[in-house]
Design a protein around this ligand. Sequence first.
Ligand SMILES: NC(=O)c1ccc[n+]([C@@H]2O[C@H](COP(=O)([O-])OP(=O)(O)OC[C@H]3O[C@@H](n4cnc5c(N)ncnc54)[C@H](O)[C@@H]3O)[C@@H](O)[C@H]2O)c1
Length: 304
Amino acid sequence: MGIDFKGRVAIVTGAGGGLGRQHALALARRGAKVLVNDLGGARDGSGGSVSAADAVVAEIRAAGGEAIANGASVTDFAAVQAMVQQAMDAWGRVDILVNNAGILRDKSFAKMDLADFALVMNVHLMGAVHCTKAVWDIMAAQKYGRIVMTTSSSGLYGNFGQSNYGAAKMALVGLMQTLAIEGAKNDIRVNCLAPTAATRMTEGLMPEEVLQALQPEAVVPAMLVLASHEAPTRTILCAGAGTFEAANITLTQGVYLGKGEQVPEALTARLAEVTERAGEMVPQSGAAQGSNEVGKAMAGSLSD
Ligand SMILES: NC(=O)c1ccc[n+]([C@@H]2O[C@H](COP(=O)([O-])OP(=O)(O)OC[C@H]3O[C@@H](n4cnc5c(N)ncnc54)[C@H](O)[C@@H]3O)[C@@H](O)[C@H]2O)c1
């Protein structure tokens, strides 16, 4: 009855505070054994200590749950592999991975140096890649896995000063799209969570009364659904302040214009029709775009 994680093993990265801490506590409350990972650094990724993860493990144990701490940086693949081995040694399986660890280095693109761009890409994108790679074969052999990528509205829709963060967060959507397809045969379901929550990451970014409405606990139900046995796959679930939405990468029906010198002018003239959203689809794979195009070309050449 209900969503239950008894017998399941979960790894939550960046779980020493903010959303990750709430994710870890909630998974443990519902019976999961949880590896609590956190580098324990500052919001910009500097510094580090395992004490943040230790404190959450102590909280889980005090509530009667099972947990172990890990201080690896998700940017270090060898350390991530050792982290997964730590969970395997303790519990013999890994069922759930919540890729949550993250940092910010906000600046307008004009002022941003490339080191800040690369570091944010490395933590969010490569961090999730490392953790996912380290659990992938285990989940495939088990024929069971639930992977949650933490994306963001900043990636899905843009946000001033977050070109590095937005690019990394949208890259996770792309990663999900293919991993969900490749994981399907082994019941590895891969989804994205786009949270809105008041954490140290959002301090100073929103007014105080808005932050009050955005308790991180309100995001957790979306993560629990994506981590559950009944999880969907290839879904971008958005959550904040008790509201849940879904984001989709869609394709319009489009307009066949054929080939020739005047196509750019015809496309300019008919751009409103090309971008018309009625009849829009959510492709099940990248092949859908080509099929739509070739299908229209064949229909077009038949009617020529
Ligand atoms: N808070 C929001 O509104 C919001 C919105 C969209 C997305 N997110 C995403 O949610 C996730 C959690 O963010 P949060 O708001 O709880 O922020 P947070 O700063 O409280 O939590 C991030 C955690 O990740 C840890 N971390 C950072 N770098 C790490 C590394 N290399 N290895 C391991 N751990 C590392 C930090 O120590 C920290 O505890 C992030 O991926 C963030 O981008 C948050």
